[in-house]
Design a protein around this ligand. Structure first.
Ligand SMILES: [Zn+2]
Length: 679
């Protein structure tokens, strides 16, 4: 208790007092611990870093990584000729920073892919998913180049792969090789380009990695003559966000997004025309894109620098991303929720709590800006691409201490009482047709205790109230005649093991599951479990156990499915233990337990001794395995999930396509389909 007292000492908190309402800092948090719900441990300024010591590490700036001389790597597609990119390093993709270059291949497959430097083939993987067919070449300097979405491998390594596939009777296979098995020389053709795995069109995905599997920007060492870029980044929008309970932007506790009326031309200095009022700890955010010469694709850009009154505040450079865990940290580097709710993808220009990437250079405030009353802050932002093209943005913040104010006198038609949570702050909006309620308090209740909150401001008849939830979670709130239940059930701290249980489910959080403190919200109704919402990112999978009300009869065929907004059902799997099922989930959302009792479907679409093709499908859980036997012998099939087709490889003559054939398919629920035919 004493320790907790000390830990919570600096938190601004307010008391729930019995009887008369009170508005004063107090020991509320301690009081609340006795009821079982505890405030998140206080570890820092407002939100705390997930790991102690992380703050110091981030002050060092980017981690040093190996460099090469310009020209060390040969361009792997059409070397010496003009080339174009479909994607650049560091682009903000769903759940990852793009880890390399997407090189265009004339809109077709089977372009020769050249080894970028001397070395040896250290690894290859044949797969229908992710990188698709992918080849790794390790170079004497310790760097590895990665060639993804290939159509096929060539030379002795391709023969070795086929041999091993027939030995193991599988298409999906990953092989690792020693230094002297498959050496290559700079410029050797090692593969043919393709569109395999998670690729949306023919291209080569090309990466450079260091010995620790960090993805390095291939354009950071002077670029390639094959790729020309004289086009600076384009500014789309910037934003300023209050980060603590006393902070304001334009007198409100809201992120303010500033969008130029006309999008400035690349490289044009853009100055926001109006001074922006702010106060307290605020964060800056940015949205933009880059272009290269000739083509019209939109790319990410690698570098952003922020200076305030001439002093450096913050820099990030996406030249080095630890793969794969660091790449998922993009959900903390960007404003995940804003993208989900507003469609606009904003990059934070500060290092948010729980972000452990090392691509930042900041002062002790980690890029957050403390705005003081009456002071002026001239903010300059530079957006830069890998070729050094730069676009400047500037705006002015003026410190203005908040005080209660009231604007407009709109007629309120019906009572309003709603809330939202940003970081640790509960924000309540309340209004009532009774004009006497303008400026009135909102009441928070917890058991027999209550707390009166004064409004922070009133705009158009709507009062805004702010409350730091680290003082504890209320049960309900009341304004005038309106009462609303508070739907968050627990405070889940980031960075440690934590379990939550109720009658319907268990959730087991590990130290890496969350980016930041979670105000947990779950519900259950008629076989539908909802855990939080899709606006909140998960850093690592969360272990979820569902407890159905009735005995599930066909457990063998029953699994957990995620139900998306349009009613789509996405197989998650699960392990049964009695009448409870446990599954790791990668995203928050809504879930059902469904039974799949229908086998996959299949249609033979091509039948000849030169090749076979099948169209496959499944009603619910999805295809899990496929196996073609010709005269009882296993025959290699390729699978393309994007077109739901299985087909024989035209270059593979290991087992002749004549005689009796059988295709065996199973779905993820274990239902089997056998198609027998004669070739
Ligand atoms: Zn790519």
């Amino acid at each position: 208790m004493l320790l907790l007292n000390k830990v919570l000492d600096n938190v601004r908190r307010f008391s729930f007092s019995g009887g008369k309402a009170a508005w004063r800092p107090a020991m509320a948090a301690l009081l609340l611990t006795t009821t079982g719900l505890r405030p998140a441990p206080y570890r820092g300024e407002v939100h705390a870093p997930a790991k102690p010591g992380a703050a110091q590490a981030e002050l060092k700036g980017p981690r040093p990584h190996p460099t090469v001389e310009q020209g060390f790597f040969m361009f792997p597609i059409k070397p010496g000729k003009p080339n174009y990119l479909a994607g650049a390093m560091g682009e903000l993709r769903p759940n990852h920073f793009h880890g390399g270059l997407d090189i265009k291949t004339d809109g077709r497959v089977d372009l020769p892919v050249h080894a970028a430097a001397d070395g040896y083939i250290s690894r290859l993987k044949q797969s229908s998913f992710g990188y698709g067919n992918v080849l790794y070449i390790t170079h004497p300097n310790g760097l590895t180049t990665v060639y993804g979405h290939l159509n096929r491998f060539v030379g002795p390594v391709a023969d070795e792969l086929r041999k091993r596939q027939y030995e193991k009777e599988t298409y999906e296979l990953e092989l690792f090789f020693d230094k002297d098995q498959f050496p290559v020389k700079r410029g050797d053709v090692v593969a043919l380009s393709g569109n395999t795995g998670g690729s949306g069109g023919p291209h080569l995905h090309w990466e450079v990695r260091d010995a620790d599997d960090h993805q390095l920007n291939p354009l950071q060492w002077g670029g390639f003559t094959e790729i020309q870029d004289h086009v600076p980044p384009t500014l789309q929008a910037f934003a300023v966000e209050p980060l603590t309970i006393e902070a304001r932007v334009q007198n409100r506790f809201d992120k303010a997004v500033f969008v130029p009326k006309v999008q400035p031309a690349p490289g044009t200095a853009f100055a926001w025309p109006d001074t922006i009022s702010a106060y307290g700890t605020v964060g800056l955010l940015l949205q933009g894109f880059d272009r290269f010469d000739v083509v019209w694709n939109k790319y990410g850009f690698q570098r952003v620098e922020v200076r305030v009154n001439g002093e450096p505040l913050y820099t990030h450079v996406v030249d080095d991303v630890p793969f794969p865990d660091g790449s998922r940290m993009i959900n903390q580097h960007t404003d995940y929720e804003w993208r989900f709710t507003n469609g606009r993808l904003l990059e934070k220009l500060f290092v948010d709590d729980g972000n452990t990437l090392s691509m930042y250079t900041t002062g002790p405030n980690r890029g957050k800006l403390h705005v003081e009353d009456g002071k002026i802050y001239n903010v300059e932002v530079h957006m830069l691409d890998s070729y050094g093209n730069s676009t400047p943005l500037s705006f002015v913040l003026r410190g203005q201490k908040p005080a209660y104010y009231k604007t407009g006198s709109a007629t309120v038609q019906r009572p309003v009482l709603r809330y939202d949570i940003t970081r640790n702050i509960l924000k309540i909006i309340a209004a009532d047709p009774d004009t006497a309620s303008q400026g009135a308090n909102v009441m928070l209740y917890r058991g027999a205790k209550r707390l009166a909150l004064k409004p922070s401001y009133t705009v158009q008849g709507q009062n805004t109230y702010l409350f730091d939830l680290r003082a504890g979670l209320p049960d309900s709130m009341q304004f005038g005649r309106t009462t609303r239940r508070f739907d968050r059930q627990a405070i889940i701290p980031a960075g440690e093991d934590f379990s939550f249980s109720n009658a319907h489910l268990n959730l087991s959080f590990g130290p890496q599951t969350l980016f930041d403190t979670l105000y947990l919200q779950t519900s259950y109704k008629d076989g539908l479990w909802t855990v939080q919402n899709q606006r909140t990112p998960l850093a690592q999978p969360l272990r979820m156990t569902l407890k159905p009300e009735q005995e599930v009869v066909d457990k063998e065929r029953s699994a957990v499915y995620m139900i998306n907004a349009s009613g789509g059902r996405l197989y998650q799997g699960g392990k049964w233990n009695g009448n409870e099922i446990t599954v790791p989930i990668k995203l928050f959302g809504s879930f059902r337990i469904l039974a799949d009792t229908i086998p996959p479907t299949v249609k033979l679409t091509r039948k000849s001794p030169a090749g076979l093709s099948f169209q496959v499908g499944d009603n619910l859980s999805g295809l899990s395995s496929y196996r073609l036997l010709v005269n009882g012998k296993w025959r290699l099939l390729r699978y393309e999930y994007k077109t739901a087709t299985l087909f024989t490889d035209s270059q593979d003559h290991t087992v002749p396509l004549t005689g009796e054939a059988e295709l065996h398919l199973t779905d993820q629920a274990g239902n089997e389909k056998v198609l027998a035919f004669r070739i």
